[in-house]
Design a binder for this molecule. Sequence first.
Ligand code: HEM
Length: 343
Amino acid sequence: MESAIPSHLQTARSRHRRVPDDYAPPYPSFVARHKPAVKRVIMAYFGVQVRGAATPAVAAALAEIAARFAADNGPTHWDRAEYVDQAGFTNVVSVAYWDDAARFDAWFSSAREGWTGGQGSGVGRFIEVLRPHVERYETLFSSPDRAEGVAVLADAMSGEVQEHAYWGGMRDRIPLSQTDAMAPGGEPRAIREGGRIRIVAHDNLCLIRSGQDWSDTEASERRMYLDDVEPVLREGMDFLRDDGLAVGCYANRYMRVVDATGKPNEKSYGQSWWKSLAALERWAESHPTHVKIFGAAMKYLSTLGPSAKLRLYHEVTVAAADEQFFEYRDCHPKTGMLAGVSL
Ligand code: HEM
C-alpha cells in the first residue's frame, strides 16, 4: 500500500488526512504517477456548439482542431466527446493534454486565434484551459491497466493507494491539501474583446472529469451498469446541469466519448466546473444520486475486486487564479463558465 501523494511531493503537514495511518480501503484503486521532472500539466477543452444536430461547419471545425493537435508542439494525448446541452445545442469537445508548459505556450496562441479569433465561423466555439502545478491535482482509477485523460501522459500507474473509498479521499490525494484548505476567492467576471467573451474566474476554481468505461463488461455486469447505475448517474448529471449553480456547480456536461469518425464509444464522462473543492465534496457525499451509485460501486468493487470489468476513473484539479483561461465566441449564455456571470 502506498500514499496517493508521491514521495517527492510529500511535505510537513499543517492539515491532516481524514483517515488514520492504519486505514485499509475495502478494494484497490490506483493513481497516475508522473516523472518528478513534470511540474505542471495542461488540460485544454476546445468546444464547438451548434443548435440541433451537427452541421458541416462543425465537421470543419473538428478537422481544423485535429490538424492543429497533430502539428508541432501539439498535445501528447487528446480525445473527443459530445453531448446535447440544456438549451438543445450539440456540443462536441476535444480535450487535449500536455505535460510541458513551454510546448503548450508555443502551440497555443495561433490555435487560440484560429479557434475563437477572426470573424467567427457561424458556430459557437469555446476554449477552457487549466494548467495546474502537479501539487494541485489528483487522479483515481479502479483498474491500473487503462489510462484515460491526463493519466495517459503519466510515466506509470501507482500500486494500490491508501487514500480512497471514503468521503474526503479526493482532497487527501491532492498534494496541496497537506498544507492548504484550497478555499475559493472572488467571483467570476466577464471581459468582452470584440466577438469574444473571456471569463476571469477566481482562485481555487475546481474541475472534475469523472469517467465510466463499460466496453469490456459482459452479461450481468453490463446489465447492472446500463440498467441500474447509468440512469441514476444521468439523473445526478441532469441535476448538476439544470440546478447546479445553487450548490456551487457552474456547469456540468455529461459527455459520450466518440471515436475519430464520430461514432460513440462505450465510454462516458461527467465534466464540471465548480466554485470550490468543498462544493464538489458536498454534492458527492450528499446528493441522493451519487450517494446511491457510490454505495453500489463500493459494494460491487469490494465483491469483484480486480476482476470487475467496469472501469471508473476521475481527475480533479483545484486551479490557482493564474492557471485558468476561459474564452467563448458565439456560444449561448449558459455555456460553461458563462453561466457563472451575468452577461
Ligand atoms: C457510474 C458513475 C459513478 C460511480 C459508480 C461513482 C462512484 C464513486 C465511488 C465508488 C467513489 C469513491 C472512489 C474511491 O475513493 O475509491 C467516488 C468518488 C467521487 N465521485 Fe463518483 N461515481 C460516479 C460518477 C461520478 C461523477 C460523474 C462525478 C462528478 C462529476 C462524481 C464525483 C465524485 C467525487 C467528487 C468523488 C470523491 C469524493 C471524495 O473523495 O470525497 N462521481 N465515486
